[in-house]
Structure formats: C-alpha cells, structure tokens
Design a binder for this molecule. Structure first.
Ligand code: SAM
Length: 243
C-alpha cells in the first residue's frame, strides 16, 4: 500500500545523490551553492536535474538501452513493485561496477537509476515544473473494465500532471499492444490543451521510438508473439499567455 511507499515532500527534498552518486555535488560545491543562496535546502543535490522518466519501468529494458543513447542526461525508472525495483537497482549496480573495471569506452550506467513510486499519485513530489524533457509510458497496464478506468496511467487529470512536469517542447512517448488502450491514450492526449500529437514522420525518425519498440521487455514479448505495437507521441505545447 502507499503507506510503505516513501516519497519526498517536494522535489527539493528528494535525495537524488544516492541514486546518481557520480553526479553528487561535492561538499565544496555545496558550500559554494550555499554561499549563493541555493543548494542549502537540499544537501542531497546533484549537479544536473533528472530529465527523462520511464513511468512503470518494469525490469528496466528501456533504461539500459537509453543509457548509452543519452550519456549526458539523467534518466529515472519509476516502478511500483518492490521486488522489480530492487532487481533493476541491483542490475544497475552490477553494470556500474563492471564498467568501472574496464578501460574501454563502455557506457558507465551512472546516468540511470530506478526508484519505487506510485506515479499515479506522487509525480509532482519528485519533479519540479518543466523539469522533464521526455516521459515514457511503455505498455502500461490496460485495465479493461469500465470501473477500473480510473486506474489507467493516462487520464485527463494525469495528463495535467505530465504537462506540469514536462517542459514545453518535451515529449510523452506511448506504446501498447492493446488497441483500445492506444485509442484511449490518443483521445485523452489530443483533447488536452497542453499537448499535440507528433506526426508520423517525426515519430519514426526519433531514436527513442525504435528503442521503446525493441528494447522494452513487453515490446520483446509482443514481437515474439507476433502482436501489433501501437505507438503515439505527444508534444508539450507552450502555455498560452495570461489574458
Ligand atoms: N514499461 C515496461 C515494459 O514496457 O516492458 C513494463 C510494462 S508492465 C506491463 C507495467 C509496469 O507498470 C509494471 O511493472 C507495473 O508494476 C508498473 N506500474 C503499474 N502501475 C504503476 C504505478 N501506479 N506506478 C508505478 N509503476 C506502476
């Protein structure tokens, strides 16, 4: 239950340094920040904000594939199941250790992390307004029954939360093998004033689209079963000026 879920009171309370130790601010940098009046509130800060979020990341296939594609960006996987979160964290630790002991130009995996969270409830506790440039919703659980629609990861209310944490120009990526859910997601994003659907050509040129089709665990399963994968991406629009 949520009682067992830990989440920060606000984004500035989040201890990111434990998740990205290679990006932790040194004591000296912190002191410098403090002198300038920021940083003092958050001694657990890192040198740059997390920018890419994989919502319901499961076993982390997307994270591991994105890591070398975006070596300068910090990427976070968020997952509600404890054992699955621990599995991903353990794998990241192992890959980091392995990379540290080789001298070749391998990815370091210092830029990915996974944390346990109920993203349907606490997203704005983790991210400040406009912090993210990409959000992935890969094969979210479909919840067919009418009365369970509220449990869907895409709804008008949740789309407003995605809009809040995403910067203008940022992209929400969605993929599912359930056509009904695809139509539901497209319908809800298209009618939301903060989003427009990304055109087919631009979508297919985006490296992230290929990665989410081929590298997510669910994507691989659908390929094995010969199923269809429905993809849709949505751009965060600028907010209209205040009247
Ligand atoms: N994205 C992965 C992939 O494409 O292979 C996993 C897809 S799996 C079908 C959906 C995942 O979302 C599960 O691991 C589930 O535990 C997680 N999940 C469901 N509801 C969630 C929530 N409210 N917050 C975070 N994760 C959630």
């Amino acid at each position: 239950s949520d009682h067992a879920l830990t989440y920060p009171k606000s984004p500035t309370d989040m201890n990111w340094a434990t998740h990205y130790p290679a990006y932790a601010l040194s004591k000296k940098e912190e002191a410098g920040d403090e002198a300038q009046g920021s940083g003092a509130q958050n001694p657990k800060a890192i040198t740059q904000p997390v920018e890419i979020a994989d919502i319901g990341c499961g076993f982390g296939g997307l994270l591991f594939a994105l890591a070398p594609n975006f070596p300068d960006k910090l990427i976070i996987g968020m997952e509600i199941r404890t054992s699955v979160t621990e599995y991903v964290q353990e794998k990241i630790r192992a890959l980091r250790t392995q990379a540290a002991s080789t001298t070749t130009n391998q990815p370091t995996y210092q830029n990915i992390a996974c944390l346990r969270a109920n993203t349907m409830k606490f997203l704005p506790n983790f991210f400040a307004r406009g912090q993210l440039s990409k959000i992935f919703l890969c094969f979210p659980d479909p919840h067919f029954k009418q009365r369970k629609h509220k449990a869907r990861i895409v709804s008008y209310t949740l789309n407003s939360e995605y809009a809040y944490v995403l910067r203008p120009g940022g992209i929400v990526y969605t993929i599912t093998d359930v056509e009904d859910l695809h139509n539901w997601m497209v319908g809800h994003f298209e009618k939301h004033p903060s989003f427009e659907r990304v055109g087919e050509e631009e979508q297919e040129e985006d490296v992230c689209v290929g990665v989410m089709r081929m590298e997510t665990e669910e994507g691989k399963k659908v390929t094995r079963n010969g199923g269809v994968k429905y993809v849709a991406c949505f751009r965060r629009l600028e907010d209209p000026p205040w009247p």
